[in-house]
Design a binder for this molecule. Structure first.
Ligand SMILES: Cc1cc2nc3c(=O)[nH]c(=O)nc-3n(C[C@H](O)[C@H](O)[C@H](O)COP(=O)(O)OP(=O)(O)OC[C@H]3O[C@@H](n4cnc5c(N)ncnc54)[C@H](O)[C@@H]3O)c2cc1C
Length: 348
């Protein structure tokens, strides 16, 4: 079998990159081992214009958001599953100081509104009030399996674990068993941390844990956010997360982080809830929190698209389309995401 690109991984990175390459008419084979707790399979899919505790505008948001929206809506049409929902984030202030900081940072922007009355008074403890942030969610649990079926129909999917030891870099590209390809692109999330081709990359992977909870009577389409974020699933069921840990023994749920999450829930909710499940996954992040993309400086057949960190859903569509344009020699790779920054080599 001969293809232009082997894409390793069908998280949001491999999904988007393979999509744009297929759009260009390239022959693509996506190899994915279906890891149940990959970052993309555990994530809530939130798109938030305001970043972190300092309420900074998210990087390139005005460019990446409209592009992401258009891409997800196109995939929704193609795959006939619900993918993209614009939602309000009901952002509860944890302190007066944070309320003031939010007002200072966001006054005049297009994404935030100070409400004239409080919602959810029966359910939420919100002595410092709340603001509305205009965001969205991507339904990864619908998108990823539906796109996988699409890849199958295109004969562009191989459901297996790619063993690096069996990958051969040849003068013409790469060889993996009976498959030869001009290029291989690693979109394998945190697994790249063990890839000898990319050992120079300074990864800062971090583990996130999540609870699935039921809050009887609380029915909303809003995301509710304080120190923990509730994302509506089916009626009265919420994805509640997520924790951050830079040191961890493995990628499985822990009692310690369950306690952390439950403490945050108890500070937010005035009503009882039940825990239905606990999930954990590791976010693939680089030390500078920017994606990493492009080809290895010494092995030009070996590429990477990774480092989406906490923002896979907003970043992946635009960055994948850009990368596909770079591969087609229609664009120069953005310096901020060029993987060569880790090899101290820049192409002129
Ligand atoms: C708890 C949690 C909550 C999050 N919430 C959000 C959120 O609300 N919004 C947001 O935008 N982002 C969120 N993120 C971040 C987001 O999940 C990541 O940015 C994104 O999923 C990374 O996607 P990826 O495709 O790079 O990696 P992954 O999702 O990890 O995908 C890698 C894929 O490669 C496959 N794979 C790995 N090695 C091999 C191999 N050798 N052979 C074959 N297949 C292989 C795996 O099975 C997997 O399918 C969250 C992350 C976590 C952990």
């Amino acid at each position: 079998m001969k293809v232009d690109y082997i894409i390793v991984g069908q998280g949001i990175a491999g999904t988007m990159l393979s999509w744009f390459l297929l759009q260009q008419g390239r022959r693509v084979l996506v190899v994915d081992d279906g890891k149940v707790n990959s970052a993309s399979r555990v994530a809530a899919g939130i798109i938030n214009p305001v970043s972190g505790r300092r309420f900074e505008p998210a990087w390139l948001y005005d460019t990446i958001y409209p592009f992401a929206k258009k891409t997800y809506q196109e995939l929704e049409q193609l795959l006939q599953v619900p993918v993209f929902t614009e939602r309000e984030l009901w952002s509860v202030f944890p302190s007066e100081q944070m309320r003031q900081a939010f007002i200072t940072k966001t006054t005049g922007d297009a994404y935030t509104i100070m409400p004239d009355h409080l919602k959810y008074e029966t359910f939420l403890d919100q002595p410092y009030g709340a603001a509305i942030v205009k965001g969205a969610t991507v339904n990864l649990r619908a998108l990823l399996p539906a796109y996988r079926r699409y890849l199958q129909e295109q004969e562009s999917l191989l459901e297996t674990h790619l063993e690096l030891a069996n990958l051969e870099v040849t003068p013409a590209g790469v060889q993996y068993g009976h498959i030869s390809a001009t290029k291989i692109i690693f979109c394998d999330g945190v697994a790249t941390t063990g890839n000898p081709f990319f050992k120079d990359i300074k990864f800062l992977p971090n583990k996130g844990e999540v609870l699935l909870i039921k809050v009887p009577g609380l029915v909303t389409t809003d995301i509710i956010k304080k120190s923990i974020t509730l994302v509506p699933q089916e009626e009265s069921v919420f994805w509640a997360g997520s924790s951050f840990a830079w040191e961890y023994a493995d990628d499985m749920p822990t009692g310690k982080q369950r306690d952390v999450l439950e403490k945050s829930l108890q500070q937010l909710l005035k009503v009882p809830y039940t825990v239905l499940n606990q999930l954990a996954a590791v976010r693939p992040s680089g030390n500078d929190r920017r994606p990493m993309a492009g080809f290895h400086p010494e092995y030009p057949a070996v590429g990477i698209f990774n480092g989406l960190g906490t923002k896979g859903c907003s970043l992946a569509p635009y960055m994948a389309a850009h990368l596909a344009d770079v591969f087609a020699a229609n664009a120069l790779l953005m310096q901020e995401i060029d993987v060569n920054r880790y090899f101290n080599i820049r192409k002129g």
